[in-house]
Structure formats: C-alpha cells, structure tokens
Design a binder for this molecule. Structure first.
Ligand code: BES
Ligand code: MN
Length: 443
C-alpha cells in the first residue's frame, strides 16, 4: 500500500466521531464498524460484526495457513470525547495533516495504530499469500473499560483460537525510539461523594459555623499522600512486585530527559514517591490520583453559600501483582473510615488488572522476532520496558483465551491522546507499517 492510500483511508476512519461514552454517537459506532468491514471486503477477507449489549466489535480473518502460528491483532475503534473542542487548532473530526503529523481525535489512540496493521495485511496480500493466519479484533468500548468484551471472548473462544496477541495501543517510551512493552499497569476507578449537612446555607448567615463540604473534601484529598508522596491507605502497596536486577537493567537503558518531560507537561517541578525515579514511578509503582472534583456553586457569577455536598473522582494505577478488587476494598475502607469529614458515599466504577509478561519467559522467542522487526524498520535498537497506561482486556486475553500479548506501540509520548490536538506521527506510521510487515512475515 502506498503512503497516499494509507493516509486517505486513515483520514476517512478518523473523520468518524466514534465516541463510545456518548449515546448521541451510537450511529457513528456502526459507521466505524462498517468502515472496517468495507476495508476487509475490499481485500476479500472475511469480516463480521459481533454485537454486544454495548457497542459491537468487528472481527476480520485471513485464510488459514497450516503449520504456521495464528496471530490475533487487537485494537479499538472507539475514541475519547473531543471536549473541549475550542482548544483544538483543527476540528477533532476533520483530520488534518501538518508537518508530517495527522491531527484528529483517535489518530493515535487507536485508529492510526490499528489501521497500520490492516495496511500491513493489505501490503502483504498485494505481494502474495500471507505468511500466517491473521485474526483482527477491533472493539468499540476500550475507552469505557471493555465491559462487554470478556463475555465475547468466552463466547467466541473457538473463533479466536490463536498463538499470540499483538496490540499496538501504546506509545514508545522515548519519542522516536521503537519500544516493545512487556507490562501494562492496571486501574481502579471510583468516586467519593461527601455530604456534611442537610442543605446549602447562606454564607453570611451561617458561614464560619456550618461545615463546608468543599473544604472537607479538600482536606480529605490532601491526606491521601504523606509528605514522602506515599499513599497512606493501609494495604495499598500489598502485592507490589519489586523489579529484579534484569528489569532494573532494562529500565536503566531508557534515556530520560527531565526537561523534555517537564516541558511537555508544562510544569516547573516533578512530584512523586520518594526513593524512586520518574520512570520507576510511572512504570513500576502504583499511584492514586484525584481526576476531578466538584461541589457547591458551579454556575456563572457568584452564589454566597456554604455547600453541603461535594464529590471527587479518583483512579489508582496498579502494578503486578496487585488485584483491582483488593485495592478497591482498601480504598473503600479508608474513605469510609473518614467520618470526621461527613457522610461518605463510596462509588466504585470500572477497572482492570495489571499485565506482566516475563521478558525472558516462554514468549521471548516471539518477542525477539518483534524486536528484530522494530530494529530493522526503525534502524535503531528497540527499548524493552514496562508501560504506565492500562488496556484492561490484555490480562483477560491471558485468563480467558490463554494468550500472551506483545505490546508494540506506534504512538509517540507527545501524541496528546485523550487531550486536545491529538496527533499521530506519520514517520511512526511508516515505520510501524514496515515493522508490522516484517513481524508478520517472520512468523
Ligand atoms: N491507548 C490507551 C493506553 C495508553 C495509555 C497508551 C497511555 C499510551 C499511553 C488506552 O486507550 C487507554 O486510554 N486506556 C485507559 C484505560 C481506562 C479507560 C480503563 C487508561 O489507561 O486510562
Ligand atoms: Mn485511550
């Protein structure tokens, strides 16, 4: 496939606003599925839409090749909401090419990356029969925690029979340096609602005497970490596996420039757990963050009240061998014990376990092939490291299908995924396409 066709097709895909969280985009989810199926049909490949109680998945299959491994490639066609749209330089669903980058919501996460593998399949098909059978599963609910995919994996276990899974839904550890990830963090998401009084009251009449929910919530959040940056919740660090010497050596091979890192964030100092480096903190340590909070008057202008209620949203990032249900329970216990603050309503949301593949274990032969493909395509030694993000279904490929996953991300750390002006580096796209072709051929 030539660059022009690659880009034209990807622009069509990115132009579909397949936002999984928003019911208003229901028909766009179907359009994205149809787009994938149309591509598969144009290549004479079998394509099916697999319905779920939520958004459907698309399954594409190439013909069987006896005595060769079967590769299952997973990705997602759903994207995060584009809000705040006014912060985008170009409209999020009008894909725009600028400076060898494709801007648009989902360009990197995950449409550009999954499309790269489809393009590799097409490229290989143009040259003759495929070296092995490839199954492609593209779901529509990754950004909402894949609630319906586990049941689909159970149901379609036979169809999904494979030897390994390949996922490109991560970013390279360092910009421009190819990376094979052998681990993902897990995640636990919850909300805390706080009630300190029966009603909001006038801050002139009752202020200074009536408890203020926003103050209490702020105090509560400020107590979550000790001065060393450790989460104070008892049991929070249980089961955290320490890096052995080999992992430590892999980590040390990753170049790190604090200035580049800080400039991207736009902050003047970095924070975190004492005794760990930045890369250890984001790849090897669990964390707990408040993702948003509210309470009291949120409208235009002023309203002089003492608020009775406040709320906050949290997510914890987990590392091997932490278990989401255990971490959730210790968070629940801690918050519910803070009755000094008021009435606490702890509301769990979705989550998923961490994933850790032994880089020197039974999958290392496939990992070597993947690294060889990356090395050749990028003309550079690939990094082998953990990743800080979560793709919850990956651990379920292991538990439900018995399959290990290789994480070969083509995103760049500055792609601004989930943020305004998300983009996909077209240099990564070209090298990714080449890596995918080389990897598939090496099987
Ligand atoms: N593609 C991301 C995973 C990722 C995270 C890649 C960070 C590169 C950097 C994935 O789509 C994602 O956003 N996962 C969520 C999972 C959550 C919604 C359950 C995450 O990590 O927040
Ligand atoms: Mn994402």
């Amino acid at each position: 496939m030539n660059d022009k066709e690659y880009l034209e097709r990807l622009c069509e895909f990115v132009a579909i606003p397949s936002v999984s969280t928003d019911p208003a985009h229901r028909s766009d989810m179907d359009r994205a599925c149809r787009w994938l199926c149309d591509w598969a049909s144009s290549q004479n490949l079998l394509a099916e839409v697999w319905p779920t109680p939520g958004h459907p998945s698309v399954y594409i299959e190439t013909p069987a090749v006896p005595d060769k491994p079967i590769l299952l490639i997973y990705g997602h066609y759903d994207v995060q909401p584009a809000e705040d749209v006014e912060l985008w330089t170009h409209p999020p669903f009008q894909p725009t090419v600028l400076d060898d980058r494709l801007y648009g919501r989902g360009a990197s996460d995950n449409k550009g990356q999954i499309w790269t593998h489809c393009a590799a399949v097409q490229t290989l098909l143009e040259a003759g029969p495929l070296p092995c059978q490839i199954k492609i599963l593209v779901e529509g609910e990754e950004e909402v925690g894949s609630p319906n995919l586990p049941a689909l994996l159970e149901e379609r276990r036979e169809r999904l029979k494979a030897d390994l899974v390949l996922v490109s839904d991560t970013s390279t550890a360092v910009k421009g340096v190819p990376t094979l990830h052998y681990s993902l963090r897990g995640i636990v998401i919850f909300e805390v609602h706080l009630k300190v009084a029966g009603r909001d009251v006038h801050s002139g009449v009752f202020g200074g005497t009536s408890p203020n929910a926003t103050h209490r919530l702020a105090q509560l959040i400020s107590r979550l970490h000790d001065p060393q940056g450790k989460v104070v919740i008892p049991g929070f660090y249980d089961r955290v596996r320490l890096a052995d010497e080999r992992e430590q050596a892999l980590l040390e091979a990753v170049p790190f420039d604090p200035k580049v890192y800080q400039d991207f964030i736009g902050c003047s100092e970095l924070v975190g757990e004492a005794g760990y480096t930045t890369n250890q903190r984001r790849w090897f340590r669990p964390t707990l963050d408040c993702n948003g909070l509210g309470g009291g008057f949120q409208g235009e202008g002023s309203k002089t009240i003492v608020p009775a209620r406040a709320w906050a949203k949290f997510s914890a990032r987990l590392v091997a061998d932490q278990r989401p249900d255990e971490v959730l329970e210790c968070c629940r216990r801690w918050f519910e014990a803070q009755s000094w603050a008021g009435e606490i309503d702890f509301r769990p949301d979705h989550g998923g376990p961490p994933y850790l593949l032994d880089p020197y274990g039974p999958m290392s032969a496939y990992m070597d092939k993947a690294r060889q493909a990356l090395r050749q395509a990028w003309q550079q030694e690939p990094l082998l490291v953990r990743h800080g993000g979560a793709i919850p279904i990956v651990s379920q490929f292991q538990t439900i299908l018995g399959l290990s996953t290789l994480l070969m991300g083509f995103g760049s750390p500055d792609d601004a995924i989930h943020s305004p002006n998300e983009k996909f580096e077209l240099a990564n796209a070209r090298k990714g396409l080449r890596s995918s072709c080389l990897f598939l051929s090496s099987l």
